[in-house]
Design a protein around this ligand. Structure first.
Ligand code: OTU
Length: 653
């Protein structure tokens, strides 16, 4: 046992562990050897877990009772964890930063929209392999209400797969197959809320006091009104404020998102334990990464915005400590689409090891609209670095809307008014701005605040839809280049690139959602089209746009995988002094790579003296065109992405 424990911790440890051991011994799956492994890790991480939980729940009379229950459920989960997963735990212990490797390429899809069901996903493993995918995030696939379910983000049971997608056995088979093929699996833990059809919610509805305490239920508007003074509206189209009235029960329930998504009350330690149990069950299905949905909202406190509160972090850290003991290789991916300071606050080896990079994503689209790299460059210089061991998940599009989450203070430094600029971006991406190439839809337009976000597929936002409609060949060419440029940057920036499947084919918006009453009010469905083998087959036909985008993307993926310098997080921005061109340097031991991207529809030169400043005076090979060049006269074509490799023979490192 570690000696630097506080008196409180060590007495708790000494009293609890034998009791927990005794309870675990009665389990059919108990084995002394497995217990030893568990107890060893418990010993190592108890201090962390205890102090975090004590900070949240230590003042409650039943703290020690719940702590004991938690340890028992963690031990139980460990005993039921499959041997193959325990082997994976060991492998990852020896290679903990696997997600930073240039060999990694991530992709995300909905099971049904990509391949109908889980068996279909298994059948498409060769497609993932063809694209070089090594990390697959499957959108929520657990049981959910049949009609409206927020694309699965309203979970009715974490133990049952949505029957239209398959069974738990199918999911297990898929996980095994993916692991055999070197593909890690990411699944969501939708832990801020459950659906109103979840057993916990159903029991709360019938007045079961234990489960009423799982949620925030109020008899009148007194407290909801007080809370709403300082709350932001998240889905204002759906319901104003943050609460929903339950007619039959005559109660108000906290619903940050849709009315059928009930926020869980983590002030109740019972909820922490219940969710820890669900999390470990998902880990034991073989998930390598858990995407923690909507992290900013999980802790509420009167008089605050109830977003990004300190105890939200404490909670996630406590969940992380649970993993270190009972599912050691499991990683957390944070999903916080908020101010960049807040996004970063979740990223830490003891909290979320990886995180979506919404700032980079939003600024990619910002730069496409303005053709100016100023904000993007500033963000890469000031906001890109992460704590050791952590990594960004870089993406161009995902299933959600695009929110303009750059920091107003960063914009102000460049003389940009954040509010006005967001209005411009919304006008641009909804095609309302004169001369815009983009065809997106507004999402959650808030007439009170003037705020809005944007829906649309990568290709439609990049101009392909409009160009096809007008049959403008130059614009079609530009749109393809924009798609590849955006993806080229997420593939070379470092961290884990994440492709939103469909984008590899340049799929455009699908407006059929407007015909479905369960979806019509949520414009995000415009960029969630049904994909098919027929669509994917087109990648083999050289006359198609699908082919050009797919092969163009594959080329960049292969370059990424061949160049060790694309591993790891380090990146140096090259200030190109040309406001249309972003540039950065990636290096590994004896390798230097330069990446440039021209965000304008005209050719852009970069002055030779820039490179002299950085000491980059040798010859380079453009890995996309194979041409050898010096940087004396570098000119980038419209929307060109250039990946330049310093020639070893010339370069003195
Ligand atoms: C997430 O997104 C999911 O990605 C969405 O698909 C869900 O609808 C939602 O949670 C509820 O489960 O507001 O517009 O800062 O911005 O969690 C998307 C985080 C969202 C939130 C984010 C949320």
């Amino acid at each position: 046992m570690t000696d630097n424990r506080s008196y409180r911790e060590s007495t708790t440890y000494d009293r609890l562990v034998p009791k927990v051991k005794q309870r675990l011994e009665s389990l059919p799956a108990f084995s002394p050897e497995e217990y030893k492994a568990f107890a060893g890790r418990l010993d190592n991480h108890f201090s962390q877990l205890f102090s975090l939980l004590f900070d949240i729940y230590g003042h409650q009379y039943d703290f020690y009772y719940h702590l004991e229950e938690l340890l028992v459920l963690m031990g139980t989960a460990w005993f039921t964890r499959k041997r193959a997963l325990k082997r994976r735990d060991l492998q990852r212990e020896n290679k903990p930063y696997w997600y930073q490797s240039n060999q990694q390429v991530g992709a995300v899809c909905y099971v049904d929209l990509f391949a109908i069901d889980i068996k279909g996903i298994i059948d498409h493993i060769p497609y993932f392999k063809e694209l070089g995918i090594t990390y697959l995030h499957l959108m929520p696939l657990f049981d959910c209400p049949p009609e409206e379910n927020d694309g699965g983000y309203a979970v009715s049971s974490f133990r049952k797969v949505n029957p239209s997608l398959g069974t738990i056995q199918d999911l297990q088979q898929l996980t095994d197959r993916l692991h055999e093929e070197g593909i890690s699996l990411a699944l969501d833990l939708v832990f801020n809320h459950t659906s109103n059809e979840h057993e916990w919610a159903q029991k709360a509805l019938t007045g079961d006091p234990r489960f009423e305490r799982f949620y925030f239920l109020f008899d009148d508007r007194i407290l909801p009104d007080q809370y709403e003074h300082s709350l932001r509206e998240i889905f204002p189209d759906e319901h104003p404020g943050a609460f929903t009235y339950l007619r039959e029960q005559k109660k108000w329930v906290w619903t940050t998102f849709h009315s059928y998504q009930w926020d869980l009350n983590y002030q109740n330690q019972d909820v922490f334990n219940a969710m820890a149990d669900e999390m470990l069950a998902i880990a034991n299905l073989g998930a390598d990464v858990i995407r923690l949905d909507a992290v900013p909202f999980i802790w509420k406190q009167m008089g605050t915005s109830c977003e990004n509160l300190p105890l939200a972090h404490t909670l996630i850290r406590a969940f992380n400590a649970v993993c270190r003991i009972a599912a050691p290789s499991l990683l957390f991916k944070s999903e916080a689409i908020v101010h960049p300071d807040d996004v970063k606050s979740y990223i830490d080896m003891k909290e979320c090891q990886i995180s979506y990079n919404p700032l980079f994503m939003a600024l990619l689209w910002n730069t496409m609209a303005t053709r100016e790299v100023n904000l993007l460059q500033a963000a890469l210089i000031q906001r890109h670095q992460l704590p050791d061991g952590c990594a960004w998940v870089n993406y161009v599009r995902c299933h959600d809307d695009i929110g303009w989450t750059f920091a107003d203070e960063d914009a102000a430094q460049l003389g940009i008014n954040g509010f006005d600029h967001r209005r411009f971006l919304n006008a641009f991406y909804t095609g309302r701005f004169d001369g815009s190439f983009a065809r997106g839809l507004p999402f959650q337009e808030n007439l009170k605040t003037g705020d809005a976000r944007i829906s649309g597929t990568c290709a439609s936002l990049a101009g392909l839809e409009f160009a096809l409609q007008t049959n403008d060949q130059t614009e079609i060419e530009f749109a393809k280049r924009r798609v590849l440029l955006l993806h080229g940057l997420i593939l070379t920036l470092g961290g884990m690139p994440l492709l939103y499947l469909g984008d590899e084919l340049g799929v455009i918006n699908d407006y059929s959602f407007t015909q479905d009453p369960g979806k019509a009010h949520d414009s995000r469905w415009v960029h969630r089209p049904q994909l098919s083998d027929a669509m994917r087959e087109k990648r083999h036909d050289p006359d198609t746009i699908e082919h050009e985008i797919f092969t163009g993307l594959l080329k960049i993926i292969n370059i990424r995988k061949q160049q060790a310098a694309f591993s790891g997080p380090d990146l140096q921005v090259i200030a190109t002094e040309n406001n249309h061109v972003i540039g950065f340097l990636r290096q590994a031991d004896n390798q230097r790579l330069l990446v440039f991207a021209n965000f304008s529809e005209t050719s852009q030169p970069i002055a030779a003296n820039i490179f002299r400043l950085y000491g980059l005076t040798y010859r380079f090979q453009n890995l996309l065109t194979q041409k050898i060049l010096t940087l004396e006269n570098l000119t980038l074509q419209p929307y060109e992405l250039a990946i330049l490799k310093a020639l070893d023979a010339d370069a003195i490192f």
